[in-house]
Design a protein around this ligand. Structure first.
Ligand code: PLP
Length: 454
């Protein structure tokens, strides 16, 4: 086999149109392929590898737990790692949110959280409450309910007949919003939620779901400081649960354990976490909630109607516990805050480069949004596949970034997310910036050669 690509390999790859380098080792922020080429992992893969590659403690904890027991089912037994991990997550969450349900992926956590919201209302005597309000742009996963609550046209198109209708409000996205983040703007203040609740009828709505700080959908857009106070007030006034999807922005990514902590003590009803809670070492996600939500179910049907074989898995929880302890021991959330400032400052210096429209973010979560015209914010035409070309050029230069598209109007508009492991050093940030600049120069030259910047 000359290359790892479809159809030469027996792997059903996620991308069937290109070869993939085979990674054989990771160290800190670096990935090394079988040919010895080194890649600076500036997106922690898909925002998951928060604590860096090659941390031995995680594997040791998993092996130790696996040597004790292979598997127990969560309906019949509990385990020490599940108990300990739940206790540590409770200690890190807002007061009262002290019950954690473990699954594998962020999509599963969102799916379970939305079902939990529905079940809460049914078992509390409000069976008409079923709708989920979400935001556009926004992303909550690829299982069908999580996808229904996402605003990603290119993922949803194919499966439209299977999806449920989720009313959408505009996400706070200051760069693309005409208002520029002003106080009175319905999208940027959160007031759009109230309007939609009135239109839909509060008695039909179970929950509102939002990413506290934007992931790739709004490119690390940070809402106004009073945004979630307003959202909480609106949800309380209309009897609607607030689900904070911290799958991407949680677990220290923004420089605080939860991104919600940036918004003045607002407490959601349900939190979903994933990606970074295991440092990316195993598929682990969690739904975190309170007795207020669980008591009616405990007194009623007796359990969440969301059965999965691999929930509360002891060895997976052991990995999560080891990751949390490693984060604590090495003060990695504080590191994300401190080194995050350096990252944001050095990225901000790229603002004058051609093709760069906006640079934003918080902590170890940042985005560079690309535009064909800086003044008008006109995007590159989708046909140029700018974000994809940039990502390919970056990978060629040994830099891993996360692309996203559709930012200007749902179709056109490109950005690259930068979200390195929290252990990145200042010298590595400098290396990241150099490689980023080189990849951008090459990409813009390719576009100019095609006549795309005219
Ligand atoms: C905010 C958010 N929620 C949910 C998910 C889904 O997580 P997963 O891909 O682990 O299923 C993602 C994935 O990127 C996400 O960013």
């Amino acid at each position: 086999m000359s290359e790892f690509r479809y159809p030469d390999s027996p792997v059903f790859y996620r991308t069937l149109d290109r070869p993939l380098p085979k990674i054989v080792k990771g160290e800190g922020c670096w990935l090394i392929d079988e040919r010895g080429k080194k890649y600076l992992d500036a997106s922690s893969g898909a925002f998951a590898a928060t604590i860096g590659h090659g941390v031995k403690e995680i594997g040791e904890a998993v092996a130790e737990q696996m040597s004790r027991v292979a598997y127990v089912n969560g309906t019949a037994f509990t385990s020490e790692p599940a108990e300990a991990l739940a206790a540590e997550l409770a200690a890190l969450s807002p007061k009262g949110l002290d019950k954690a349900y473990f699954l594998s992926s962020g999509s599963e956590a969102v799916e379970a959280a939305l079902k939990l919201a529905r079940q809460y209302w049914v078992e509390s005597g409000s069976p008409s409450k079923h709708k989920i309000i979400a935001r556009t742009p926004g992303y909550h996963g690829n299982t069908l309910l999580a996808l229904s609550a996402s605003a990603r046209a290119h993922y949803k198109k194919l499966y439209g007949p299977w999806l449920v209708d989720c009313p959408m409000i505009p996400a706070p996205y200051a760069y693309r919003c005409g208002c520029g983040g002003a106080q009175g703007c319905p999208a940027c203040s959160g007031n759009a939620l109230e309007q939609t609740i009135r239109e839909q009828g509060a008695n039909t709505i179970a929950a509102f779901i939002a990413e506290p700080v934007g992931g790739s959908s709004t490119g690390a857009s940070v809402p106004r400081p009073d945004y979630y106070k307003n959202i909480r007030r609106i949800c309380d006034e209309h009897g609607i649960l607030f689900v904070a999807d911290e799958v991407l922005c949680g677990a220290g990514r923004t420089g605080k354990w939860l991104a919600m902590e940036h918004f003045g003590g607002v407490v959601p009803d349900i939190i979903t976490m994933g990606k970074g809670i295991s440092g990316g070492y195993v598929p682990l996600s969690a739904v975190i909630t309170s007795r207020k939500i669980l008591d009616p179910i405990a007194k009623g049907s007796g359990g969440l109607k969301h059965a999965q074989t691999f929930s509360h898995v002891p060895s997976i929880c052991a990995a999560g516990l080891a990751a949390l302890r490693y984060i604590d021991k090495n003060k990695l959330v504080a590191a994300a805050a401190k080194t995050g400032l350096t990252l944001q400052k050095k990225l901000a210096a790229l603002a004058d480069l051609p093709g760069v429209g906006d640079i934003r973010g918080i902590g170890m979560l940042a985005a560079v949004e690309f535009v064909a015209n800086k003044k008008t914010k006109r995007a590159f035409p989708r046909a140029l596949k700018m974000a994809e070309a940039f990502t390919d050029n970056a990978r060629g230069a040994g830099l891993v970034v996360w692309p996203n598209t559709g930012h200007a109007d749902g179709e056109n508009g490109d950005l690259a997310m930068i979200a390195p492991p929290f252990v990145i050093s200042e010298a590595e940030i400098d290396e990241l910036i150099e490689r980023f600049k080189n990849a951008l120069t090459v990409t813009l030259e390719q576009i100019a050669a095609k006549g795309g910047r005219k």
